[in-house]
Ligand binder design. Structure first.
Ligand code: NAI
Length: 354
């Protein structure tokens, strides 16, 4: 993400191992200024343990910024489970992961993320004592929030008064991407969708009368809106220089490979809605469920993501010339009682593994 050329100055992180189950996991508690660190469990493969630690810490910072702006009384954190053939019993590995979470003493509240779901959280809860969103899939609210962000952003940048006839290319036909496709299509948007699982993309495309496109062509297919809903760091400086879109807004966390990419996008006239603004619906749903909000209150809070997006884009279009990312990050860091780290300066402290 943006300000992080390397890794952020995470409050603490832990690498946990459970030899009996083959589990290797990282938990990053990024910032607890506003409350316990809420963030998902990502289960995927990594080139190395170091790569997993870096990703976990970067994603933990994204969560701190997201949760601060969403005003939900949580800090930010993240965890990753390193996918490995050594793990043969998923349930046993998740129980071991829960024991690792329990050792954090309540400082980390796990949620679902790529590679994990509500069922997994129910298992983690058996040993972790507490988890978020084990009762409902957060991707429903995440998709509603991303839809609100896109709808407001197309207006804010004068692309169109509404979504009718707008072409949206969604990368990832998973839990959020599929739901987002339905919501956008209902407003008259034309959907292009790509997924490494071709059948998944084809199914969603058929359902919304859109078109599935080849994964290799995701970043070169012309569209009005590119909505990344798959993995991290999908746009680097080179792809930003040729991305044929007017707006980037999606669910995926940590979408930009490095801070300069936001500026390259702006130079090219492409508006980037910061990931942690657009995709806050899931964490808002967590707060809603834990506090017993009415559905009307939850829907209001999700709609507010659209207004927040419009406000950020409005400020970014002002005379100061800041990118939407800089505007959003500055606001989030202010809520954390900090100033935004200068771009291109790694906000890292090479602390020992805690
Ligand atoms: P998911 O695991 O249900 O779906 C991800 C989809 O992306 C899968 O269908 C996968 O096959 C596909 N995919 C992976 N790599 C791809 C590639 N290179 N090109 C095209 N497709 C690819 O995940 P989910 O829940 O839909 O989340 C999507 C993204 O949104 C993730 O980055 C996640 O961290 C983020 N997010 C999700 C939230 C939620 O409530 N589920 C909340 C906030 C962020």
């Amino acid at each position: 993400m943006s300000t992080l050329t390397g890794v952020p100055d995470t409050e603490s992180f832990t690498v946990g191992r459970d030899r009996a189950t083959g589990l290797v996991a990282v938990i990053a508690i990024d910032d607890t200024t506003l409350g316990p660190a809420l963030g998902g469990i990502r289960w995927t493969s990594y080139a190395s343990e170091e790569a997993a630690i870096i990703e976990c810490r970067r994603l933990g910072r994204v969560m701190s910024l997201k949760n601060a702006l969403a005003d939900i009384g949580y800090g930010g954190g993240k965890s990753v489970i390193l996918a490995s053939p050594a793990i043969t019993d998923r349930r046993a590995a998740l129980l071991a992961f829960g024991r690792l979470v329990a050792r954090m003493g309540g400082a980390y509240l796990p949620a679902a993320d790529m590679g994990t779901g509500v069922e997994d959280l129910r298992i983690v809860r058996e040993t972790a004592l507490d988890t978020s969103c084990h009762d409902a899939d957060p991707s429903v609210s995440t998709a509603i929030g991303v839809h609100a962000a896109i709808a407001q952003a197309v207006r804010a940048i004068n692309l169109s008064p509404g979504l009718q006839g707008i072409t949206v290319l969604i990368q990832g036909a998973g839990a959020v991407g599929a739901r987002l496709a339905t919501l956008l299509a209902a407003d008259g948007a034309r959907i292009l969708i790509a997924d490494i699982d071709k059948r998944r993309a084809a199914d969603v495309a058929a359902r919304v009368s859109g078109a599935a496109i080849d994964v290799a062509e995701t970043l070169s297919t012309p569209c009005d809106v590119f909505a990344p809903c798959a993995g991290a760091r999908v746009i680097d400086d080179e792809t930003a220089r040729r991305l044929p879109a007017r707006l980037v807004a999606g669910a995926a966390n940590d979408v930009l490979a490095d801070p300069g990419v936001a500026e390259t996008l702006t130079e090219r006239g492409i508006t980037y809605v910061p990931d942690f603004v657009a995709n806050a619906g899931g964490v808002i749903q967590v707060r809603a469920l834990r506090d017993g909000w009415s559905d009307a209150r939850l829907q209001d809070a999700l709609r507010a993501i659209g207004q927040r997006t419009a406000d950020i884009l409005d400020e970014a279009s002002g005379p100061a010339g800041a990118t939407p990312l800089a505007v959003a990050e500055s606001a989030a860091y202010a809520l954390l009682g900090r100033t935004r780290p200068p771009v291109n300066t790694p906000a890292s402290t090479p602390e020992a593994t805690a």
